[in-house]
Design a protein around this ligand. Sequence first.
Ligand code: SF4
Length: 407
Amino acid sequence: MSNERKKFFRRLAKEHYTILIPDMCPIQIDILSRVLAKDGMNLVVVTPLDRVAKDEGLASIHNDACYPALITCGAFIEALKSGKYDLHHTCVLMTQTGGGCRASNYISLYRKAFEKEFPTVPVLSLNFSGLEKDYSLPINAKRAISLYTAVLYGDFLMNLVNQARPYYGDEKTQEALDDCLKNLDKQLGHLSFLQVKKNYRFFLNRFRSLEPPKERKPRVAIVGEIFVKYSPYANNHLKDFLVRQGTEVVEPSLNEFLLYCLYNAINDHRLYGSNKGTIALYRFAYRKALKLTREANAMVKGTRFYPFEDFEEIPHNAEEVISTGVKMGEGWLIPGEMVTFSKHGVKNIVVVQPFGCLPNHIVGKGMIRPVKERYPEENIVPLDFDASSTQVNQENRLKLMLANLEK
Ligand code: SF4
């Protein structure tokens, strides 16, 4: 670690900085912030007022920039202007994949937007690619495992919540989730596999204590660009709308995106000979992550809940319609998920993307036709989001899709 970075992070801990992070996947981010709180960091998840964040984003970032950059920047500005935070002891944290897409540059857009009004607020990066050397959260092996386990816990709970909400309503589902999070809080420091398994079992038992539904509702999957797929304020509360319309929402895990990034690093080596120095590490991390993912899935199999699909099926299925060498944006992951859902009986799919997101228009919207040619019974609708798209238009499109709902 460079001296400047050491000094900066020592100051951050000593002076009790507040670290703002965007609310991308509500459950996963909540658990990640609890993990970092155990390390003495004060993370605050920013949940903005929808319109305010969009307007702030439009005022600070060119509207040609990606919608996720615009809305997250707007959410940070809304929070910084709220007067709730000491601007000399607050910083913002954003993830970076280090891939070729524009997301790797969101951080420089924030810095430019903060330059005049919030010059004292540093922008930090959370990445595993060695980017932003002096301003990235230090990640050692223990922290990487803790953060990854937090993602697995979050995915596990998100999956149970999605399968409970349509049948028991918000209140009962939230109670079950709160009990799980309360129990988890005491265990977050323990990374032994036995403890992790015990926690999964506790989650399952808590959700199984709810009466089994008499009949399952039609399942609707959401795939697409990672931010608009998960973030309720970026997608105009898409999940709430679908549940209100009498469906059960199916979301791919956040972990699937992480495995996709590792898979791509290994694939790059196979296709182009790149990552020579780090390929052994990528292979090790991929194998380990896949094993942990399968162990979590194995706990769910055989219960009344659906587990996530096995990750290795996804690139294999993607190859039916696209090469796994396509990795800009969400690349082959979106068509791979569409084909995998089709094969596993999820007959309705919403493909979400930011308006003007070139890669995902190709690998998302653009792949609907080849997927439908192979799986004609699939009911698939693309949905675009940007700062000016109206909820009414989106809901009308969804209602058309829901009129043809496949059980
Ligand atoms: S995937 Fe789309 S929205 Fe995301 S950074 Fe790339 S172009 Fe922008």
